[in-house]
Design a protein around this ligand. Structure first.
Ligand code: NAD
Length: 508
């Protein structure tokens, strides 16, 4: 560990504590690897176990707190995030590289999610349903489940944890949170906000460390009945196997290979702005990033020329500089992976329209920068067309019709987001029903989800649950059904419903 660096701690059992291992890992700025943010605990399984035991005590208290009061805590969380928005955004940009406008948006998503959750505290509706028997009520209500294990990726260091944590807390669960190793500082700042807002300390636990150690300890522990994971499909499969064996409730949000389709009647300037934002925003490191561009043959050459001209002018640099449009990749392995895929694409027969190499130059010399890259001549089925690259690489594919475009869009293992640019309303509605994704945008890029709508994908992107909006509250609560019979005699469902009644009972 370097001298003079700050050692951050875990938050376990109501206290900031060192890891039982005594080990730490470095967290460095991906735009400038000489900038050390701090050292974070490389925790062991026993730290996770201690946190889970404490969270169970937190759950006993928090689950009895009325939902409107839980909502009031989340209201204060939202207020504090508003106050600290700029400071957290700057810390996030320093930690993971995306530009300030985007990290401000990331915090804003947390704010929106907090205020939505706060209002849900007065709405956590059950239903009162007519019983089939006389003098009997039937109703449902929502109960908390227990300790929720939350495991998150690096690309939305605040927003994604809040999508999970705020509804989980509002529903009355306690939380154990393991942020991605690349973004522990934002995780730390989020827990500080929750505590400042008055969340009872044992309700939230923060344990830093490796996924294969701390993440695994959380997944393996039967005392954590709910798991919410966002990350790669590969890791999600490992987690899914364990959760299946232990019969845990599991929400998986995983990889994507999202396509934008541009038809020959589209507004090409609008589509150009859209694809630049969709493909190169967050340096292509979004689950919803546009990584395939499906172009109608009649506008293919013209649009690629327009795209090459603009993509070549994107300004790379530190996300803290207001002029920067594209920040660095998260780490060295990510840059190597991107470069390998560009090589694979070329060997498969694609040509490089623009980019295709690590970005160098004075201000970029000590960061993980890669040139925004467009590959042309990509055909359906090629690896660069099928596999998630998670970087600033866009593969262009030529098609002759909307039907073909839809087939190309659908013929991948993932199913998160898709987009269509057209002026034809019939084509738009046809595509909305035929594109096999969780989310479809018309005349907007593949990114841009709003916090109050359900979010998630089909096929290998997810396992059927949704984050965001109203649906996520179902995931973090159990439905309890209650029947109250005030007839004073035994009434048997299905049997006495249509049978002759007792004397004096009225029948239909
Ligand atoms: P990752 O799978 O490498 O890691 C995600 C988290 O899982 C990290 O916290 C990591 O420590 C943990 N982890 C790793 N191995 C584990 C194990 N065996 N048990 C438990 N936890 C473990 O993903 P990443 O590189 O941080 O993020 C990029 C991926 O996330 C991409 O595939 C991207 O598409 C996906 N993603 C999906 C969505 C979505 O909503 N669908 C959103 C953002 C990112």
């Amino acid at each position: 560990m370097p001298q003079n660096s700050q050692n951050f701690q875990n938050f376990i059992a109501g206290e900031w504590v060192a890891p039982s291992t005594g080990n730490y890992f470095e967290n460095r700025n991906p735009a400038d690897w000489n900038d050390l943010i701090g050292c974070f605990p490389r925790s062991g399984p026993e730290d996770a176990q201690r946190a889970i035991a404490s969270a169970q005590r937190g759950f006993a208290q928090w689950s009895k707190t009325p939902a409107p009061l839980r909502g009031a805590v989340l209201q204060r969380v939202g207020d504090l995030l508003v106050q600290k928005k700029e400071a957290i955004a700057r810390a996030m940009t320093r930690e993971m590289g995306k530009v300030l406008a985007e990290t401000r948006g990331d915090v804003q998503e947390g704010i929106d999610t907090a205020f939505y959750a706060a209002s849900e505290g007065r709405r956590l509706f059950g239903r009162v349903v007519p019983s089939e028997l006389r003098n009997k009520w039937a109703m449902t209500y929502r109960r908390p489940i227990g300790v929720a294990g939350i495991i998150t990726p690096f690309n939305f260091p605040l927003a994604i944890p809040t999508w999970k944590m705020f509804p989980a807390l509002l529903c009355g669960n306690a939380v154990i949170f393991k942020p991605a190793e690349d973004v522990p500082h934002t995780g730390h700042l989020l827990i500080e906000v929750l505590l400042e807002a008055g969340l009872p300390p044992e309700v939230i636990q923060l344990v830093h460390g490796q996924g294969s150690v701390v993440g695994k300890a959380i997944i393996d522990d039967p005392a954590v009945p709910v798991i919410s994971f966002t990350g790669s499909t590969e890791t999600g499969s490992i987690i899914g196997a364990t959760c299946g064996r232990l019969h845990k409730r599991l929400s998986l949000e995983m990889g994507g290979k999202n396509a934008m389709i541009v038809m020959d009647d589209a507004d090409l300037d609008l589509a150009l702005d859209g694809v630049l934002w969709g493909a190169f925003g967050t340096t292509g490191q979004r689950c919803t990033a546009t990584s395939r561009l499906i172009l109608h043959e009649r506008i293919h050459d013209r649009f690629l020329k327009m795209l090459g001209d603009r993509a070549g002018k994107l300004r790379l640099g530190s996300g803290l500089d207001d002029r920067t449009e594209v920040g660095p990749l998260i780490h060295e392995e990510a840059r190597q992976k991107v470069d390998e895929y560009v090589g694979i694409g070329k060997r498969e027969g694609a040509s490089v329209v623009i980019g295709g190499a690590p970005a160098t130059g004075q201000t970029l010399a000590s960061g993980w920068f890669y040139q925004p890259t467009v590959l042309a001549g990509v055909r359906a089925g090629m690896r660069v067309e099928q596999e998630e690259i998670f970087g600033p690489v866009l593969s262009a594919i030529k098609v002759g019709s909307l039907d073909e475009a839809v087939r190309v869009n659908n013929d991948v293992q993932y199913g998160l987001s898709s987009s269509l640019y057209t002026r034809d309303v019939n084509a738009a509605f046809q595509a909305m029903s035929d594109l096999d994704n969780g989310i479809t945008y018309i005349n907007a890029p593949t990114i841009g989800a709003e916090a109050h709508l359900p979010f998630g994908g089909v096929k290998q992107t997810g396992n059927g649950h949704r984050e965001g909006g109203w649906e996520v509250y179902e995931f973090y609560s159990e439905t309890k059904v209650c029947y109250i019979d005030y007839s004073g005699h035994l009434q048997r469902a299905q049997i006495d419903t249509y049978a002759e009644g007792r004397e004096g009972d009225e029948r239909v």
